[in-house]
Each structure stands twice: as structure tokens, then as C-alpha cells.
Write a protein that binds this ligand. Sequence first.
Ligand SMILES: Nc1ncnc2c1ncn2[C@@H]1O[C@H](COP(=O)(O)OP(=O)(O)OP(=O)(O)O)[C@@H](O)[C@H]1O
Length: 690
Amino acid sequence: MTFLIADSFTAAFSRLSTPDQKAVKASVFDLQIDPAGNGLQMHRIERSKDPNFWSARVNRDVRLILHKTGDSLLVAYVGHHDDAYAWAERRRIEAHPRTGAIQIVEVRERVEDVARPPTLDLVPADAAGERGPAGQGSHAPTPFAALDDDALLSMGVPADWLADVRAATEDGFFALAGHLPAEAAEALLDYAATGVLAAALPPLEYGDPFAHPDALRRIRPIVGEEELEQALAFPWEKWGVFLHPSQRALVERTFAGPARVAGSAGTGKTVVAIHRAVRLARENPDARVLLTSFSDPLAAELARKVLVLAPETGGLVPRITTASFTDIAGQMFQLEHGARPRIAGDALLRQHLRAAAADQGLKGFPERFLLSEWTNVVDAWGLRSFEAYAAVQRMGRKSRLGPNQRARLWPVFEAVRAALAAGRYTTWADVFTGLADALTARDRKPFDHVVIDEAQDLAPAALRFFAALAPAKPDGLFLSGDVGQRIFQHPFSWASLGVDVRGRSHTLKVCYRTSQQIRRAADRLLPTVLRDTDGLEDERRGIISVFDGPAPQVKTLSSAAEEADAVREAVAGWLADGIAPGEIGVFVRTPQLVARARAAIAGLAGESDMVTAPMSLAKGLEFRAVAVMALDEGILPLDERVADAADEAELDDIYETERRLLYVACTRAREHLVLTGVVPASEYLADFTA
Ligand SMILES: Nc1ncnc2c1ncn2[C@@H]1O[C@H](COP(=O)(O)OP(=O)(O)OP(=O)(O)O)[C@@H](O)[C@H]1O
């Protein structure tokens, strides 16, 4: 017999008290061993339209809802007595007549809270065909009115709900979507956004309705005690058990060469990276896996999430190393050289550059140009000889430097390198480059699989290092990232460094984190198609969010004091709505401005639990409510950076990265977002509200 659990069960389970959860766990483990449920007083739920629903007694008050068919037992729900029965009485579990996927369908006639809009009776079905997806006439637009039964069924809409979908208005759609299977809601949103019907999968491909990819996103077979333990250990982390079919495909697939998952903020790229790392470690008991991300806090978060997928500590978890890019390089450097690298900071570099330029009598190049040329070209690309410098393509730097200019500059950079070496200093780029050279020559690599999150911010030397760290075999290197969130790096060609993901790059389209309203507004900050240096296109249209919420607010105020009041009022409102202080983030452009954020929330309940930070640290985080403040002219884009631009191309890149910083900060918000600035405000606010 197949033993399965549904997401409706884990969600309900996570809402129970701890003692009830303990009792439920014991009963579910018993059921897994003895699906007949002896001792659980199972009986059929007579009032349900689905004859396969059964209840099982956990304790005096709590009941499990099971769905029994010939050879499967599905744990569908759990709740207090009346709630559990009511849940089962309002549902059917069946294979969808068209797609073939098992669905948990709400019986339409028993759902009272979806009011049919009055347009329903006024719109004859045959007139619908004349209306485009944009809606019609004097009534509120009904974006699906033109879709016939056939089209709606092919999207996975349950037969009971066809009329409601056709009658749904744009505003009422999300209330309705909550009653529909996720694949139907997503297909409808996609249609509303693009006006195009996605091609339906042929239904016969999946003989077993439980094996259908859309069934697996809500119902998962559980084999063995360990899997059950994992599924129940963190029931609120839905991503740990139930993946979107496009996510699952990327987790399970074998890639012959380096592969990449892309997708805008909140589409679950990190989730895919973690699942892949765990899957690879699980499949090969000897495999050593590196799961790495941009910063130490993000790496720590990866480590925490690995435990969600693999709560058992024996064997698997120790074989997955989680570390930030520089941390793993630091560890490898220590193995090679017996000590951690001593990294030169910007101040020291400026000092050496200044001294070397003076020594060489170099004139006509501002110091900021020298630092930028060193950081983004000479050091970034690990250039060691004049020949290499003379030949390098100065990516992202369009100001041309002729051979004579390069010849004058090179001795300065050479002298800086010598001065660093004399002081036993190095740079991260140098560390990465040195390690890459050493590792490339070795047959045996320290890791069998390297999985990189936040890959858009990899520097060239770091990418070379990771490529050399991973074996050149299937599933050796997997990268996850969003070009739209690249804030620390100049663009460069991955393919030129041997990391060619063309043909093995896939984009996720469903945003799980951010409400439709916030995502739409944030998307307006970026172009609809982003193209990277290797020509890979990241199409950002057609992304959908699976829930809605209040529209984001933009407030421009006449003074910093007024702005502080506005932020304070917004945050106080969130607290009054029951949002925990730890679920609130306030972001600003620079570390110095954090004081402005702290002043705005000073004295509010739970103030110390709220996160206030520069936008660059917002990467990878998420909150129920976010304020992005101090969006004043001169602060975003930041004047100092703009003034520092060494040439036109760098200026363009600065404008783009400043814009992306705002995108990153905004897309940390799940439900509420407020943007504030003092007039004259940041020019980007106009794009956001456009
Ligand atoms: N299959 C899923 N089911 C439920 N929630 C999911 C699923 N996939 C992702 N999520 C949730 O969506 C949110 C965003 O996921 P994740 O951090 O992996 O996205 P991301 O694409 O890496 O985002 P970013 O680019 O902003 O860092 C998280 O809260 C995650 O738990």
C-alpha cells in the first residue's frame, strides 16, 4: 500500500498545539506501519460526497482525516473534531478529468464564502467569445469570461468551478484562487498576464494520477520512517516537502555540464539549490557536496535549511559543506598554505596605488580610476603580466585604453602587487585565482558537486575557483541566481571562463514570496528582458505571484522628520495588525543611514527585534512587512558612487546596480511595502509607481 501525505495535512498539523502535534505524530507513525489503523477507531465520514474519506481518532478531540482508495492511504487533514469533519465534508479527492492529476477539490455547493459576482447571470456564455482576455463592457473586467469549458479544464480547473472562474473579476480573483488547485490558479494568472493559453500536458503521460507532477506538488508518497520524520519535523516549511513541478524538475534532473536556475526574486531558486544539494548527497553515500552563497549569514541560512530536508545528522549532513564564497576559499587557502589569507582593504590599496603612481611619475589618471581599474580589471582577472593586461578585454569598461596607456599603467599595478606581497597581503581575487590554478591541475577534487546560490554576484576569479573545485562530470556545477539582483559585480562572460550554461539554463516563473501587487511594482524597476554577457536572456514577463495583498505605498515627504513620522505610522500599523516585530525590516541605502531608520522606529513595541540594515544586506532575506526609507535624490543613486565613476560605462553600471539594490530591498516584502523619501526624491520612485 502507498502511504501519502497532503500539504493540507502538514499545514493543519503546523497549526496544532505542541501536545496535540505529538499525539498526531504518534498516530501517523502507527498508520504508516499499520495502514488498517487498528486502534485508531477509523470510520467512514458519512456526510462527505467522497466515500473514501475516513476519520481516525488521535485523542479525545483531534481527528485525522484519511483518504483510502484501493492501494493507497492518504493522510489528508488533521484538526479538532468539528473542524476535521467539516473539512472532509466539503471536499473530494479525485483525478482531474482532463489533466489526470490528483486534486483536492472543494465541493462548490458547500463553499459559502465565494460570492458569485452579479455579472454571472448577465453574461451569456456564447457572448463571452467576443471578449478578449482584457475584459468587457461596463462591468468590472472578467478576464476569463472568454474561456470555454475545454480551455478551463485543460488548465486543471475542477468542473465544479468553471462558472465561478468565468465570472471572476480581476479584483475577486485571488479570493477565488484560494479555492482552486495551485496549477489552475497559476495557469489562469499566467493567462491573465499574457493573454496566451499555455500548452496543456498530454494527460496520458502519467498513468498513476498520484505520480502526475501537479499531484506531487500537494501530495507526496512517503517511504519509510525517516521520510515521515522529515516531513513532520518542520511542517511550516512547505517548500521542504512540496515543490512546484518546475522546481522538482530542476532538482531531479541530471545535467551533463554546468547548469543554472534563474528567476526573479522569490521564485524559489534557493529552495531548488538546497534540494539539489541534498538530493545529490542522498543518492551517492560517498559524495561530498559544497552548497555556497554570497555571505556568511546567507550560508548560515542554507545550513539551517539543509536540516529541514535532512533532520537526521548521521552521514548526509556532514557531507554537505555550507560556506560563503570567501569562507570556503579561506578554508582551502589554509589547507594549501597553513594560514588564513591576509586580505588588503580598499584603504591600503589606495595607499599603494598612490605611492606607486607617484614613484612611476604617472599623471593623468585619477586615483579612483586606478582603484577601479585595479579592482575590476587587473585584480579581478588575476592579470600577472603586461602581455595579459595588454590583451585583456576590459569588460564593462567601455572607455578605451590604448596600448601606450596600458604600458604606462602596468608598472603601477605591478608595483602594487609587489608592495602587497612584501607586506604579506593578498586580495580575495588573488586567493581565488591561486586556488583555481592549483585545483585545475588536480584530478581529485575536494567536492563531487558544487551548488552555488546568489551566483549573479560571483566575481570572475571566484567563478574560476568554483569551476576548478567542481569535477568536470555530470552535475559537477550548479548555479542559481538572478541577473536582476546583481549588485556587487560587473557583468562578464561565464562561458569565457569555461562555465557555459547555455542550453542548461532554466527560469522559474512562480513567485512564492511576494504578493502580486508588490512584485508587479518592483518589476517595473527592471527591464522586462535582461540579457547577460553570454547572450542568455532572462525573460521577466509572465512571472506570477500566487497571492495578493495591499498595494505598496510610496510617500515623499518634505523633511526627514516628516518621513520618520510616516515610517513610524506604517510600522505601528503593521504591529497593530499583529505582525511580529521580527517580521518587519527597514532598509536604507548606506550604513550611515541606519540611524535614520532606527530613529523612525524608536520607542515602538519590539523595536529591538526589527531589522534595520543597508539595502545591500537585504539580499536573500524576507519579511512580512518592509519599509525602504531615505530614498532621497543623491542617496539613490548614491552621489558618492556616481562621482566615483571612472567612465561612462561604469556610470551606467552604477545607475543599474543602484536600481537593482532598490529591487532587492523591495522584493524582501511578502505582504506590506512602503517606500519613503524626502523631496526631491529618488528618480527611481517614479518608475516604481508608473
Ligand atoms: N515550493 C514551494 N512551496 C512553498 N513555498 C516556497 C516554495 N518554493 C519557494 N517557496 C518560498 O518562497 C520564498 C522564496 O524562496 P527562495 O528564497 O528560494 O527564492 P529565491 O528565488 O532564491 O529568492 P531571491 O532571489 O529573492 O533570493 C521562501 O519563503 C520559500 O520558502
